[in-house]
Write a protein that binds this ligand. Structure first.
Ligand code: UTP
Length: 311
């Protein structure tokens, strides 16, 4: 089969991480939301691992005030490395070195949290006029169900905008950007004609919700620059994408039905931690036994041992 792709595949990932994390206060007063542990890794590391696994080894973190510790996580920590090496803790040594080897980490500063669209605009100088991926730290996609490579390939074919989509219960439309879409010849791809940010269920054009994965053409920067503040007084990425759709840019959604963990609010964060811990080879067996016993005990708060929790 001849190769039909004529455009460049995106090579850079942008991770907007300059938000205030108000839903996790007071934890996020001094610790960036993106560094909160999901089991034993910061949410941000999962995202950078996904970028690297998708071939995106140039990663731009859009950071804000008080959030520079995010960059430290991807830097060497030589004194700790030496201590771990001297005490023969090779597993931990690997664990702290691993984030440094994933990707080249760059930063850009968003001076004020003026919205996701504005955060993406802060990546313009680094990205230039090339397609790029935007990955939100609240959405963890299970590495066993990769989504981004499919989106990157599709964007290289269309040259337009590609977003990740899930079906949500109708009452949840007010939490997401929602797409008006129709099927294409490819079963997992829809063509999007309109996007609206967080509509009330009664006004939502569908229950197809945009999740935190986007592959965008470089032209979006000019469009964001002329996008006025929208919902919540913020410069919305959804509004800029909707403008491009109206002006004729092809917009597609890849339907995702794999495992995904939302860590954006406290309820979904707790569920994500429980699911991921239960699924781990090292922690899972004991944790599942304990969890089952805890549930069987009727959530007795004095209960603290399970069949498998020896220590
Ligand atoms: P969220 O709205 O989920 O994050 O934005 P937030 O604002 O930090 O959280 P809450 O609502 O106050 O609890 C989605 C992503 O976009 C980034 C956030 O850091 C988050 O990763 N973001 C949002 C920015 O980088 N800049 C902004 O101006 C807004």
């Amino acid at each position: 089969m001849p190769e039909t792709r004529t455009r460049t595949r995106a090579r850079k990932a942008v991770i907007p991480a300059a938000g205030l994390g108000t839903r996790f206060l007071p934890a996020t007063k001094a610790v960036p939301k993106e560094l909160l542990p999901v089991v034993d890794k910061p949410a941000l590391q999962y995202i950078v691992e996904e970028a690297a696994a998708s071939g995106l080894t140039d990663v731009l973190l859009v950071t804000g005030r008080g959030k520079s510790s995010m960059v430290d996580h991807f830097d060497r920590k030589l004194d700790l490395e030496q201590t771990l090496a001297e005490s023969g803790k090779d597993d931990l040594l690997d664990a702290i070195r691993r984030p440094c080897d994933l990707a080249a980490i760059h930063t850009s500063r968003q001076p004020e949290p003026l919205g996701l669209g504005h955060a993406v605009l802060c990546a313009a100088a680094h990205v230039g006029n090339q397609p790029f991926a935007v990955m939100l730290g609240d959405d963890l996609i299970d590495e066993r169900d990769p989504l981004l490579p499919r989106m990157l390939d599709l964007q290289a074919d269309t040259g337009g905008i590609v977003v990740g989509l899930i079906e949500v219960p109708r009452e949840q439309t007010k939490l997401y950007g929602i797409a008006t879409a129709k099927p294409t010849e490819q079963e997992d791809v829809v063509a999007i004609s309109e996007l609206v940010e967080k509509p009330d269920p009664a006004d939502a054009p569908s229950n197809l919700a945009v999740i935190g994965r986007y592959v965008l053409p470089g032209e979006i920067f000019d469009v964001i620059a002329r996008t006025q503040p929208g919902r919540g007084g913020e410069i919305q990425l959804t509004d800029a994408m909707a403008t491009m759709a109206n002006e004729g840019t092809p917009v597609h959604g890849v339907l995702f039905s794999g495992r995904r963990y939302d860590t954006g609010d406290r309820q979904s964060y707790l569920r994500a931690v429980v699911k991921l811990a239960a699924d781990r080879d090292d922690l899972g067996p004991d944790f599942r036994d304990w969890l089952k016993s805890y549930v069987d005990s009727g959530f007795n708060s004095t209960f603290d041992s399970g069949a498998g929790s020896a220590g």
